[in-house]
Design a binder for this molecule. Structure first.
Ligand SMILES: [Zn+2]
Ligand SMILES: [Zn+2]
Length: 346
């Protein structure tokens, strides 16, 4: 007993005098004693929290009326992902890869009717119907030398998709290794104007400016309508995908600007959109939601762990607050995080 107290006192003095060290140096790590090992403590805490969040999200899956435990899990995730100490740590990699591995497995489960929408890292989505599996803005995250999602998982997922539609040229939406993996298997990649011109015949940039382009995918029983959006001056394809007889989805990429608002006001007159997937920080959310006139939403782009400071990582709690302000539109948002999916039927 005395010895324990002595050890504790020694550890306490170390706690106040030393800087954070790595777990391999902490002789008491197996006993969950972290005194003096600050970084080690934070890793242990993050690991515990990511695991609890993952369990909670599986217990309370995506739903229109969000349950309080699910809301708590998403807000807790915001806190972990807005603490830059957790960036590129083992607990983060474990969390995102476990979730993506579930997507990889679930993609083998057929869709009999309607659409299944998978949420991927950042602003990526995969939409699966009975006849087609389409990827939009799917990336591994991180850098090519150290991606967030392991190659074996992300390329396995891409192998199970039939086509890739890209919004715009920013690296949080496009990845050349991913695009080439589609092209190598004879699958079409539709890219924004002037992007990856001549790289591969299967990578097809839009050729016109400020015009809607309709592209038929007869073998997949779908039509892609590319609407000419912008992020500032950058071409930003708004991909409206019509899965014939099953539903229509629209993903807005990084739509941001005022020059497109006038025609966006009228999108609902031309397309019967079931699910709109807007970037959560789009300018004038209300005007876009009215313009697209979708039956429901699945927002994207929350918690981008990229070059932005934490105020522009965009949190789930912020999306929830924005949607509370727009409740009168009666457009439910099924708030999802990476590696989740939602079944939709008309
Ligand atoms: Zn962008
Ligand atoms: Zn983006």
């Amino acid at each position: 007993m005395k010895r324990t107290i002595f050890t504790a006192l020694v550890l306490m003095s170390v706690a106040f005098s030393s800087t954070a060290q790595t777990s391999s140096e902490n002789p008491y790590a197996n006993n969950y004693i972290y005194w003096g090992y600050l970084a080690d403590y934070k890793l242990g805490q993050a690991s515990s929290a990511f695991t609890a969040i993952d369990d909670m999200l599986q217990t309370y899956p995506p739903q229109i009326d969000i349950a309080l435990p699910r809301e708590m899990a998403l807000v807790s995730l915001d806190q972990l992902l807005h603490d830059t100490d957790n960036d590129q740590t083992e607990p983060f990699y474990t969390f995102i890869n476990a979730r993506m591995e579930r997507v990889l497995k679930d993609l083998d489960r057929p869709v009999e009717k309607g659409l299944r929408i998978y949420k991927m890292y950042n602003d990526g989505f995969i939409i699966k119907s009975k006849k087609a599996t389409v990827a939009i803005d799917v990336i591994p995250g991180g850098s090519d030398s150290k991606p967030f999602i392991k190659d074996s998982i992300i390329f396995g997922i891409c192998d199970k998709c039939d086509a890739l539609f890209l919004s715009h040229c920013h690296p949080d939406h496009v990845n050349l290794r991913i695009a080439k993996s589609f092209a190598a298997r004879g699958k079409r990649v539709i890219a924004p104007k002037d992007w990856w011109v001549g790289v591969d015949p299967m990578i097809q940039p839009i050729e016109v400016e400020n015009k809607i382009v309709d592209i038929e995918f007869g073998e997949l029983d779908l039509t892609l309508h590319v609407l000419p959006g912008h992020q500032g001056d950058v071409y930003n394809n708004i991909n409206v995908v019509e899965f014939h007889g099953e539903g229509t989805v629209a993903q807005t990429g990084d739509q941001w600007g005022t020059q497109d608002l006038e025609w966006i006001d009228h999108v609902h007159e031309s397309y019967d959109i079931d699910i709109l997937m807007p970037n959560c920080w789009i300018n004038d959310m209300e005007r876009h939601l009215r313009g697209f006139g979708a039956k429901m939403l699945i927002t994207g782009h929350e918690n981008e762990l990229g070059e932005h400071s934490i105020d522009h990582r965009e949190a789930y709690w912020i999306t929830m607050k924005k949607m509370e302000q727009l409740a009168e539109l009666n457009m439910p948002n099924v708030l999802m995080t990476w590696g989740e999916w939602y079944e939709y039927q008309r």
